[in-house]
Ligand binder design. Structure first.
Ligand code: URA
Length: 209
C-alpha cells in the first residue's frame, strides 16, 4: 500500500519558501529546485535495502553494508520534471534517466503521451517519477500508467508542491505508489494552478512565459 510523505525538514521548508516567492529569479529558482530535489532524494532512498559484506580497512577486517536492491530509474515528466533530475542524480549518480512527455487533449482534457523513452531494463529497476507540481494528478496518473505498462513494478512519485486533488487522484488510481511532497497546499484554483503554489514551474525553471 502506498503512503504519502510530507517531508517537513527545515532545510527543505526554508528553500521551498524562496522557491514559492515570486521575486525569486530564474537562476536562483533553478538552483533551489535542484537543492530541494537532492534533499528529498535523501529521504526517498531511506528504505533502500542493504546487504552486509566483509572488507579490509587499513586496520582490520570489518563487516560493512552496501546497497543491495534494484537499480534506480529517474523519470521526469516533461518539461518541468527536468528541473529535479540533476538534484536526484547527485545522490544516485548511476541511475538511468527516462523521459515521459504528455500533452492535454483539448477536447477530452485528458493527458495524452507524446513521448516516452525509458531504460531498456525497466523491469529490473525501481523508479522515481519526478514533477515539481502535482495539481489535478492527471499527468502523474498517466505517467505511472505508462511506466507500469512497460513493466515497472515499484514506483515512487516525488514533487515539490501538491494539491489535495492530485494526491487523491494518485491514491485512487495507483494505491501502491508512495508519494513524496515538500509542501501540501490548500487547493487548485479555477485555472488549475495550485494555491498558494509557486506559479508555473516550467516557466519559472526555464525563464519562459
Ligand atoms: N503546474 C504548474 O506548473 N503550476 C501549478 O500551479 C499547477 C500545475
Amino acid at each position: 500500500m502506498g503512503n504519502v510523505y510530507v517531508i517537513d525538514h527545515p532545510l527543505i521548508q526554508h528553500k521551498l519558501t524562496y522557491i514559492r516567492d515570486k521575486h525569486t529569479g530564474t537562476k536562483e529558482f533553478r538552483e533551489l529546485v535542484d537543492e530541494v530535489a537532492t534533499l528529498m532524494a535523501f529521504e526517498i532512498t531511506r528504505d533502500m535495502p542493504l546487504q552486509e559484506i566483509e572488507i579490509d580497512t587499513p586496520v582490520s577486517k570489518a563487516k560493512a553494508k552496501i546497497l543491495s536492491g534494484k537499480k534506480i530509474g529517474i523519470v521526469p515528466i516533461l518539461r518541468a520534471g527536468i528541473g529535479m533530475v540533476d538534484g536526484v542524480l547527485k545522490l544516485i549518480p548511476a541511475a538511468k534517466v527516462g523521459h515521459i512527455g504528455l500533452y492535454r487533449d483539448p477536447k477530452t482534457l485528458k493527458p495524452v503521451e507524446y513521448y516516452a523513452k525509458l531504460p531498456n531494463d525497466v523491469e529490473e529497476r525501481d523508479f522515481i517519477l519526478v514533477d515539481p507540481m502535482l495539481a489535478t494528478g492527471g499527468s502523474a496518473v498517466e505517467a505511472i500508467n505508462s511506466l507500469k505498462t512497460r513493466g515497472a513494478k515499484n514506483i515512487k512519485f516525488m514533487c515539490l508542491i501538491a494539491a489535495p486533488e492530485g494526491v487523491d487522484a494518485i491514491k485512487e488510481a495507483h494505491p501502491d505508489v508512495d508519494i513524496y511532497i515538500a509542501g501540501l497546499d490548500e487547493k487548485l484554483n479555477e485555472k488549475g494552478y495550485i494555491v498558494p503554489g509557486l506559479g508555473d514551474a516550467g516557466d519559472r525553471l526555464f525563464g519562459t512565459k
